[in-house]
Structure formats: structure tokens, C-alpha cells
Design a protein around this ligand. Structure first.
Ligand code: ATP
Ligand code: LTN
Length: 332
């Protein structure tokens, strides 16, 4: 690979990607491919920290892989692979887990949220989830990690783990930096705009899926929860409108001042319709590309097989050095 900075990011195949995943993360991944060496991953091992049916997980992993391609990730330019195909992630995760404190993991807000949501399955994988995420990143010594703002705490932990390893065993890991978009780092639920829009939300009206058709998108925006005023402006306390303005700004490129003047004197109904149309038009090419790519199973297989080979070759070098540093006996 050329001597450019290295980007790593991952997404869970826990369902169809949402507009939040798209604006907060994936749509920023494509444009980075020309400037950086990029490695992107469908993190199926992370997905099983919450119960998944095997048939659904397999389908969803394949769809996620094809969706990333439909969103502009080019397997010729980037390394695009499926996490469970590359054994170094789990191997490094064990070593890093032995350099992570119980207390640090106990403070993770995602763990607290998810254990509240799944009280019957607070498994140890859910608890050590951030260690595997640190392994994903550190197995490639990535410089930058493009994610939504909800992942910032996990990334800080990954930096702390790397730093501790470096102190114990000598400077080795690069400390990864988060790469978080200025607008759209946290897209909110359309039904409860104080909550993050999430793939695993039970209410379908709360979430725009990037494969929703135009009518569905418009209908969901029409039902979006706003407030009892009639003013389209970005202001504290107007969570619903702020969220719609953020979404509209991200897909049109217009700033908040331009949006406020465009809709001055107009009602929420007009605004919601405009947001719905803009989002649907923006996502249309992704839907068309997905329909095309997901048909070609042989091509997908070729891409993820080659992706895994490249990822293994790259990460194996790093993980072998880690094994040597901690004192494991060389087998060659
Ligand atoms: P789940 O509901 O299964 O936890 P999720 O929707 O939170 O899934 P992830 O796979 O955990 O999605 O996240 C993939 C990427 O999308 C991450 O970089 C995350 O920060 C980003 N992301 C997720 N939800 C949002 C959101 N509502 N706004 C902005 N970015 C988001
Ligand atoms: N935890 C992330 C997904 C994820 C990831 C990663 C993101 C797993 N490994 C490595 C960036 C880098 C999430 O829930 N969004």
C-alpha cells in the first residue's frame, strides 16, 4: 500500500443501515478513499453480542457488504472485508483484553444502554465489545477512524489501551484519532428526537432505512415529531426541528441560515415534505446500485474473499509483532 495515512472503520450487520449510519459514518467513507489507505469492515463478530438468528445474520452480513459497495466503497481502492474472515482480530483482542481494566469497560455508556435493553443476555462479549473494536483498529495501526459521535468513548478507550500497551512493552501502536463529521454526527430518532436513530429501534417510523422507497421516506418524515411552534429555526429545545434541519443540511449542503430563510413563513408540513424529498432523491442512487450489486453473488464472494486475504496479510504482520513483544514463543 502507498505511504498514506490509514483509515479504519466498521459497521455492524444488525439490520439495514439507517440514515444515521449513512450521514454519521458511511457516506464519509467513500470520499476518503482517494486521500488515504482505507480499510472497511462488516463487524459480524460484534453483532453477536446481541442475539442474532444465524440465517438472518448471514443474510444481513451479505447485504451490509453489498450496501457498503452501493454507498461508494470500492474494493479496488479500499480493503473491504468481513470481520470473522480475519482471525487476527480475535487474536489481538485477547492480548488487548489483558491490558484493559474491568473498571474501564464498566464505564462504557453503550454497555450500560445495551445491558438495560437486553437484561436477559448481559453476556461477556457485550462487556468486552470495545476491546474487540480496539483490536479491529490497532491490528492495522490505523491513524483515523471515521465514526458517528456515539463511538467517541470507545475510541478513547482504544487509545488508552494502545497507550498502556506502549508503556508496558515499548512504543508500538499508533494512537488512533476519531474522525467525526461536523454536521450529522448524531442523527436523532424521528419519533423521539432526544434519542439516537438506531438500526435496532422497534418503531419503524423512528428510523429511515437507506433502502426505503420514496413514498415510505416521505411518509416517515411527515409523521416526524416536532414541536407546537411554527418556526423553522435551529434553537435549543427544538430537538425535532433541529434534527430535520441537520438532515436537510447534510443532504443538500445548505447551511442553517440558508435553510431558515428558505422556509421563512412556511409551515412544518412544507418543510417535512422538502426534507423527505431531498433525502429520497439523495438515497435513490444507493438503492439502484444495491439492487444491481446484490444480484451478483459470485462477484460479491470474490470481493470479500480478496478483501479478507489482504486484511489478513496486513494485520498478521502487526499481530505477530505483538505476540513477540508480549513474550509468546515464535513458532517458526
Ligand atoms: P445498533 O442499533 O445495532 O446498535 P447502530 O445503528 O447504532 O446499530 P452501528 O453499526 O453501531 O449502528 O454504527 C455504525 C456507524 O454509524 C458508527 O460509526 C456509528 O457511530 C454511526 N451511527 C450510528 N447511528 C448513528 C446516528 N444516529 N447518527 C450518526 N451516526 C450514527
Ligand atoms: N462499535 C462500532 C462498530 C465498530 C467499529 C470498529 C467502528 C466495530 N469495530 C472499528 C470503527 C472502528 C459501532 O457500534 N458503530
Amino acid at each position: 500500500m502507498e505511504n498514506k495515512k490509514l483509515i479504519f472503520s466498521g459497521i455492524q450487520p444488525t439490520g439495514t443501515f439507517t440514515l444515521g449510519n449513512y450521514i454519521g459514518a458511511i457516506r464519509n467513507w467513500g470520499p476518503l478513499q482517494d486521500e488515504y489507505n482505507c480499510i472497511y469492515c462488516v463487524v459480524d463478530m460484534h453483532a453477536i453480542t446481541v442475539k442474532q438468528g444465524p440465517v438472518k445474520l448471514r443474510q444481513s452480513t451479505m447485504n451490509s457488504y453489498a450496501l457498503l459497495m452501493a454507498c461508494g466503497i470500492d474494493p479496488e481502492k479500499s480493503i473491504l472485508f468481513i470481520q470473522s474472515h480475519v482471525k487476527t482480530h480475535a487474536e489481538l483482542s485477547w492480548v488487548l483484553g489483558c491490558n484493559t481494566q474491568f473498571g474501564e469497560l464498566s464505564r462504557m455508556t453503550q454497555f450500560k444502554d445495551k445491558s438495560q435493553r437486553h437484561p436477559d443476555d448481559i453476556n461477556s462479549g457485550l462487556f468486552t465489545y470495545p476491546v474487540l473494536m480496539a483490536a479491529d483498529i490497532l491490528a492495522y495501526n490505523a491513524d483515523l477512524v471515521p465514526v458517528g459521535v456515539d463511538q467517541k468513548q470507545h475510541l478513547e478507550l482504544a487509545r488508552n489501551i494502545a497507550q498502556r500497551f506502549n508503556q508496558r512493552y515499548g512504543d508500538f501502536f499508533t494512537l488512533p484519532e476519531p474522525y467525526i463529521p461536523k454536521v450529522g454526527a448524531k442523527v436523532m430518532s424521528l419519533q423521539d428526537p432526544t434519542k439516537k436513530m438506531s438500526k435496532s429501534d422497534d418503531n419503524p417510523n423512528a428510523v429511515i432505512l437507506i433502502l426505503d422507497d420514496k413514498d415510505t421516506i416521505i411518509r416517515k418524515f411527515k409523521r416526524a415529531v416536532t414541536d407546537s411552534e411554527a418556526e423553522i429555526c435551529y434553537r435549543e429545545g427544538k430537538d425535532g426541528i433541529n434534527n430535520l434541519m441537520t438532515i436537510y443540511s447534510s443532504v443538500t449542503g445548505k447551511d442553517f441560515a440558508a435553510i431558515e430563510s428558505e422556509f421563512a413563513g412556511k409551515g412544518y408540513g412544507d418543510f417535512k415534505l422538502a426534507v423527505g424529498e431531498a433525502v429520497a432523491d439523495h438515497l435513490e442512487p444507493v438503492r439502484t446500485e444495491f439492487a444491481r450489486i446484490s444480484q451478483d453473488k459470485a462477484f460479491l464472494k470474490k470481493c470479500y474473499t480478496e478483501g479478507a486475504e489482504k486484511a489478513l496479510r496486513y494485520s498478521q504482520r502487526i499481530v505477530s509483532k505483538v505476540y513477540r513483544k508480549v513474550g509468546f514463543v515464535d513458532k517458526t
